[in-house]
Write a protein that binds this ligand. Structure first.
Ligand code: A3P
Length: 349
C-alpha cells in the first residue's frame, strides 16, 4: 500500500512480502525492515522515514559543504580532503576530532539503535560504561538539530540520493559527489554490512550482490543514485568525482577540489595532504577509522572500516558467471546515458 508522510513529497510503499522475507533473513540486525520510496523506487530502511522530512526541509546556508555519495564510494577520504582544504590544512584539529564531529551525517540516526547500545552499556561498570554513555549522549540531538546550532562553515555528510535532500541544495551550497565502480561498492558494502554488529549481514558475497543489484539494499537502485548527481555535474555548485580518479591522480583531484572550494594550496601542501591520505596512514588515523566504535564493541572482529582502498578489488569476489552478469547489468543501466566510469573502459556500452 502506498503511503505519504507530511512535508516529504515522495510516495512510500512497503516491500513486497517476498522481498521483505529475503532481506529479513539476510540481516540479523535491527535495520532489516525496508520500504520503497518515490518514482525511482529507492529502497530504504523503515527507520529513515522518521528523519526523511526533517532532512528534506533542513535549512541550508551558502557556506555549507555537503559530501554526498552512494555508501562505500570514498566518502570518508573525500570528507577528509574537503575538510582539510577548506580549513587551510589544520591537521591538529583533524587528527584530534573524529569525523563524525566535524561533519553532521544527516541520516546517521537510522543506522544506530541507541537503545540497544545503551543496554550494552548497562552490562558494564567503570570506564567502558562511561565511554558508552558518552557515545550515546552524542545522539541525544539529531544531526539536523546540531546543524542548526553549528556556526559556519558547516560540513554535511550524506548517502541519500540528491532528490531526498532539500530542493534548494545546489542553489545554496556546494556539493561534492563521489561515484565508484558498483562492483567495488558492492564488495565494500558487503564487508561494511558484516563490520557493523547492528547490521549483522549473515550470508556470502554472491547473495549480497543479488541484493545490491536487485534493489534490496539501502538506497539502491545504485545507478539511479549516481545518475541524479551526474545529471547535475555541470552545475557550478556540484563537483562530480570518481573514486578511481582520486586513487589514480590524487594531486590533480586535490587541485580540483581546492578550486571548487575557492582555495589555492601550495604544491607542498598538496604533497603533504597526499601523504596524510595514504591508506596505511588512514587505517591508523583514529579520527577517521571508527576506532571509537570498535572500543565500544559495535564493530565485528576481522572487519575494518578503512579496508583495502583499491580499485578493481571486486575481481577477487566475482566468478566468471557473475562477471558476465555484472557487465550486462552495467550495460543495461548505462546504455541510454553518457555516464562512463573510468574503470569500465573494457566494457562496450
Ligand atoms: P574498500 O572497502 O574497497 O577498501 P566510504 O568512506 O564511502 O565508506 O568508502 C570506503 C571505501 O573507501 C573503502 O573501500 C575504504 O577502504 C576506502 N578508503 C578509505 N580511505 C581511503 C584512502 N585514504 N585511500 C583510498 N581508499 C580509501
Amino acid at each position: 500500500m502506498a503511503d505519504i508522510i507530511e512535508n516529504f513529497p515522495f510516495e512510500i510503499r512497503d516491500f513486497e512480502s517476498k522481498e521483505s522475507e529475503i532481506v529479513e533473513k539476510s540481516f540479523n540486525g535491527f535495520m532489516n525492515k525496508f520500504v520503497r520510496i518515490g518514482p525511482k523506487g529507492y529502497s530504504a530502511p523503515k527507520l529513515y522515514l522518521k528523519y526523511a522530512a526533517s532532512i528534506y526541509n533542513m535549512p541550508l546556508r551558502p557556506r555549507d559543504t555537503v559530501v554526498a555519495t552512494y555508501q562505500r564510494s570514498g566518502t570518508t577520504m573525500t570528507q577528509e580532503l574537503v575538510w582539510l582544504i577548506a580549513k587551510d590544512f589544520d591537521y591538529e584539529t583533524a587528527k584530534s576530532t573524529v569525523l563524525i564531529q566535524r561533519y553532521q551525517f544527516v541520516e546517521m540516526p537510522m543506522f544506530m539503535d541507541i537503545k540497544a547500545i545503551e543496554a550494552i552499556g548497562k552490562q558494564y561498570t567503570g570506564e567502558k560504561a562511561e565511554e558508552i554513555s558518552k557515545f550515546c549522549s552524542t545522539f541525544q540531538m539529531l544531526p539536523v538539530e546540531i546543524l542548526a546550532k553549528t556556526p559556519d562553515p558547516r560540513f554535511i555528510k550524506t548517502h541519500l540520493p540528491l532528490s531526498f535532500l532539500p530542493p534548494s541544495l545546489l542553489d545554496t551550497t556546494k556539493v561534492v559527489y563521489v561515484a565508484r565502480d558498483p562492483r567495488d561498492v558492492a564488495v565494500s558494502s558487503y564487508h561494511h554490512s558484516k563490520l557493523f554488529v547492528q547490521m549483522g549481514y549473515n550470508s556470502d558475497f554472491k547473495h549480497f550482490w543479488s541484493l545490491f543489484t536487485g534493489g534490496l539494499f539501502t538506497f539502491t537502485p545504485y545507478f539511479e543514485h549516481v545518475k541524479e548527481a551526474w545529471e547535475k555535474r555541470h552545475h557550478p555548485n556540484l563537483l562530480f568525482l570518481f573514486y578511481e580518479d582520486l586513487r589514480k591522480d590524487l594531486p590533480a583531484n586535490i587541485r580540483r577540489i581546492a578550486k571548487f572550494l575557492g582555495k589555492e594550496p601550495s604544491e607542498e601542501q598538496i604533497l603533504g595532504l597526499c601523504d596524510h591520505m595514504k591508506i596505511d596512514n588512514f587505517k591508523n588515523n583514529k579520527a577517521v577509522n571508527l576506532e571509537d566504535m570498535r572500543v565500544l564493541g559495535l564493530l565485528s572482529e576481522g572487519e575494518q572500516f578503512i579496508r583495502r582502498g583499491k580499485s578493481g578489488g571486486w575481481r577477487d569476489y566475482f566468478d566468471e558467471e557473475m562477471t558476465k552478469q555484472a557487465e550486462s547489468w552495467i550495460i543495461e543501466n548505462l546504455r541510454n546515458t553518457d555516464l562512463r566510469f573510468p574503470s569500465m573502459q573494457d566494457i562496450q556500452i
